[in-house]
Design a protein around this ligand. Sequence first.
Ligand code: AMP
Length: 275
Amino acid sequence: MVVARDYISFSKVREKLKGSVGFVPTMGALHEGHLSLIRRAKEENDYVIVSIFVNPTQFLEGEDLDKYPKKEEADKKICQLAGVDLLYLPTVEQIYEEDELLISAPKIRGYILEGAKRPGHFDGMLQVVMKLLNITQANRAYFGKKDAQQLLLIEQMVRNYFMNIEIVPCEIVRDSDGLALSSRNVYLSSSERKRALSISRSLKRGVKLVQSGEYRVDVIKEAMKSILEKDVDCLDYIAIVNREFKLLKDIEEGNTIVLIAAWVGDTRLIDNLWL
Ligand code: AMP
């Protein structure tokens, strides 16, 4: 595995990769969720590129940019063992210049739910993903359904800018107790972690209701809320949307995403289920 920290050395190695390339962009502190993307990329391509870059422009003032977990040595080992060919670890200066040309998230889909709670987050995310896709020149890029709105906005960017890349959505990986894996889970104390389980429990309850024939969104949301109320400290939202991120009144089977964003202690967690 080659580790590149600047664009020039990255490009020199990239040029030599003759064959299909799968790309997995991450912010590091790698876990099984990231690994599932890397494994999938490995299966479907001749070469795999992973990037680790904690992108400052997608963090809002007061968010956890400064304390975001950093585990470079462990991450390198994980990538090496997973058979990654090229690991890109750029600095902020490598990626950004002053007075940049900016990409804006769409005014509706980019500013509801996560975008409403974190205004501007998706502008910064799309900005860096555009750069990384251009730098890596991959054939396919792998993204987790865990960040559902992010995934759909990236698909939209690729469509709207006629970008020549395939976006591959990947399933959410959970711990055996149901908690969706996230680099931010390390912030949770053991009692907070227990309370955080109410999020996946609540999603499961929603699915059970649909399976039993309940399609009314307000009824499902009430039942989900009653599970969360006791355990989370602040519920940012429970939302039931279609794949265009429009709020639904009734479940549309095969076209629905149920999303939760909630705070447990000082940690903000997101999770979702696709129906
Ligand atoms: P991050 O490092 O948090 O920016 O995540 C990098 C990529 O890994 C994104 O496409 C995420 O959606 C994906 N990812 C993070 N957690 C999980 C998970 N538990 N299951 C599947 N994919 C995940």
